[in-house]
Design a protein around this ligand. Structure first.
Ligand SMILES: Cc1ncc(COP(=O)(O)O)c(C=O)c1O
Length: 400
């Protein structure tokens, strides 16, 4: 059943919330499904649509999880997570950012998704407006809508490096504005909020009594020397992070949030009610990420992503599909396809069906010029990236 039919079907069921009509499926998933169909027919597809590392979890994490299973550590944990893991994360903030973050302020969550869900319930009231970047990770606006609040999309143009400005916030603000939710590095652009920008935006949020939340899920996978955590510039900010990307644990469903002291008790109550705790085995496994053996492996992976980034961005520029902004973090390239006279949906469809390259239309990530852009992930081998470039070159030649 295709997506429109499914929506029509579910509209007939009387009990589902009407507001669910805003919650779209990811187009990246639709692309992935179609790509697997083509593969089952014997076609070789180059996967550039996937938003997760292509490496499986490193051995020290897997071994730590196996040991925990053997020891029978399979019960619920504390709703905020095991103390050992929170302590390791607190140490990580000190090592990476020179910050003293009390482990009590850290709550372990089922992925960044669980963290965003908890923070939406903690911070967003029905009728509120929350300022978010456009383009951005699609679930963010849905979490806000599910609170019966409004995500106010701030259009971020390639010319401004896909970073919002204080004057845009000022223009968008009204009496319902209650918070700002950003991501750095951002998905789908790979853009980083540099220290100056982050500071200006945080100062604005404080001066206008808005809460300030930054999703730092791609921290660790960054290719610039200075990537500040928002906590370096605003101690009362809310932080979302995860073991999914840098630590390569997408399927383990493990993340964390950092909240200011005065919110710990309410956040803990919400954690108990929303999910009781994050997976115990995943938490014990994640302790293995803080061994020197794992640290070397994870840094090697970051290095590999950086090499792929160098190759892929240059090759894309050479064939006429340059990254729209400098890819300073994450593993995504956002590129403008408008010169080829197709909207991004059609462009992606043609690339997949005719040329065997899967990529995600920008319309997954927002409204502003989103039908001009596509997102490509370098979460596949160098060999596949080269094949992808070769196929894209043929495609673009045929479009000219
Ligand atoms: C910006 C951003 N935030 C949150 C998530 C959700 O991640 P998790 O697997 O930790 O739930 C993603 C996933 O791609 C993401 O890109």
């Amino acid at each position: 059943m295709d997506y429109d039919n499914k929506q029509a079907e579910s509209a007939k069921r009387p009990f589902a919330r009407k507001s669910l009509k805003h919650v779209n499926s990811f187009k990246a998933m639709d692309v992935m499904r179609r790509a697997s169909e083509l593969e089952s027919l014997g076609r070789k597809i180059v996967h550039l649509e996937v938003g997760e590392p292509d490496f499986s979890t490193v051995a020290p994490i897997v071994d730590a999880a196996k040991k925990a299973l053997e020891k029978g550590l399979t019960q619920y944990t504390s709703p905020t997570g095991i103390v050992e893991l929170k302590t390791r994360l607190s140490e990580l903030y000190f090592r990476r950012h020179g910050l003293s973050v009390n482990a009590e302020r850290i709550l372990i969550t089922p992925g960044a998704s669980g963290g965003l869900l908890l923070l939406a319930n903690l911070l967003v009231e029905a009728g509120d407006e929350i300022l978010i970047m456009d383009p951005a990770y699609p679930c963010v606006r849905n979490f806000i809508r599910l609170m019966s609040a409004t995500p106010r999309l701030i259009p971020c143009d390639a010319q401004q490096g896909f970073r919002p400005t204080v004057s845009q916030f000022e223009k968008a603000r009204n009496s319902s504005t209650k918070g700002v939710w950003l991501a750095s590095p951002n998905n789908p652009t790979g853009t980083v909020l540099d220290r100056e920008t982050l500071t200006k935006l945080a100062v604005w949020a404080r001066s206008t009594a808005n809460h300030f939340l930054v999703d730092e899920i791609y921290h660790g996978l960054h290719y610039v020397s200075d990537l500040p955590s928002v906590l370096e510039v605003e101690s009362d900010a809310f932080v979302v992070n995860s073991f999914s990307k840098y630590f390569g644990m997408t399927g383990w469903r493990l993340g964390w949030i950092v909240v200011p002291d005065q919110y710990v008790e309410q956040a803990t109550r919400l954690a108990q009610n929303l999910y009781i705790c994050a997976s115990s085995i995943s938490q014990y496994g994640a302790l293995g990420a803080f061994t020197s053996e794992a640290e070397i492996l994870l840094e090697n992976r970051r290095h590999e992503f950086n090499q792929r980034r160098g190759y892929f961005c240059n090759a894309l520029s050479e064939i006429g599909l340059p990254p729209a902004a400098s890819v300073d973090g994450a593993f995504y390239v956002y590129a403008d396809v408008s010169r080829y006279n197709f909207d991004s949906q059609t462009f992606c469809q043609l690339m997949l069906e005719k040329f065997g390259v899967a990529m995600t239309p920008g319309t997954d990530f927002g409204e502003y010029k989103s039908s001009q852009y596509v997102r490509m992930s370098f979460t596949t081998s160098q060999e596949n990236l080269e094949l992808g470039i070769e196929r894209m070159q043929s495609a673009l030649d045929s479009f000219r």
